[in-house]
Design a protein around this ligand. Sequence first.
Ligand SMILES: [Zn+2]
Length: 274
Amino acid sequence: MHKPMLAIPLALVALAAAPAVVSGQGGPSTRDMERLNWMEFREWVPAKVNTVLLPIGSLEAHGVTANGTDILAPVAMSRDIAARVNALVAPVVPYGITASLGAYPGGLTVPDDVFRAYVKAVALGLARGKFRNLIFVNGHGGNTAALNAVAAEVSEQAGVRSLVVNWWTLCSDVTLEVFGEDGGHAGENENAYVMAIDPTLTHPERYTPALATPNPPAGAWAAFPHPSTIMLYKDGQGYPKFDQAKAKLYFQKVNDKVARLIQDVVKKWDQAGV
Ligand SMILES: [Zn+2]
C-alpha cells in the first residue's frame, strides 16, 4: 500500500530512534511458544501473529563442534529473527534422519516414515492452533526431502502456507562474502555459526585438517559410514579457521538473509491471496 508523503519521514524518525530489535518488544512477552500462557497466546494468535517458526534438527557428528549443531543453529536463528518476521517460535523437533554419519558416537536417527508422521502431526497441530504461515527452519540436510513432502501435504490438507528453509544452502553467497570461499558440513561456515551461538562448544585444540574430506563429484563414490564428519562442498575450501569476529558477522548476515526470505515469501503469499 502507498503511504501518505508525511508518514514516510515520521516512520524513518521512529525507526532511527528505536533501539535494536529485541524479541518481545512491541509484541508478546516472549516469542517462545512454550513460555506463553494460553490467555496471552489467544490475544496474539492469529489476530496479531499468524506465522510460526518450527526449528528442526538432528543429532549428528560435526567435526570439532557439537553433535547437536543442527538443533542449536535453527533454534538460535528462529529466536533471533522471530520479532523481525512477527512470528512465534515453536519448540524444536530435535530428532531427525541421520544417515551416513550415524555410526559416529552420539549420533541418533529415527526412521524416515516415523519422522514424517511426527513432523506432520506437529505441523497440523500448529495449523489447528490458528497459525497461517508455517516456516520449517531446518538445520539438517538429511531431513530436507521428508520436510518438503510434509510441507506440501500440510499446506494442501490444512489450507495453510508452508516454507522449508535450508539455511546453509540459501546462504552460500553469505559464506562466500564473509569467508571468501565455500563452506562445508561442519566446515568453516557451520562451525562459525555455532561459535557465534556459544564459543565454548567448538574445540580448535581437537582440530586437524585430516578430519575433513571434500565431497565426491556426483556419482563418484559413496561410503557408509562417511570417512569424515567435516564434508567440504569444494575441494580445498571450507576448512574451519575459528575466527570469532567473522563468526559473529556470519551469524548476523545469515539471519538477515533468512529473515528477508521469510518476509518476502509471506508478503507475496498475501499479495497473491493464496
Ligand atoms: Zn549440520
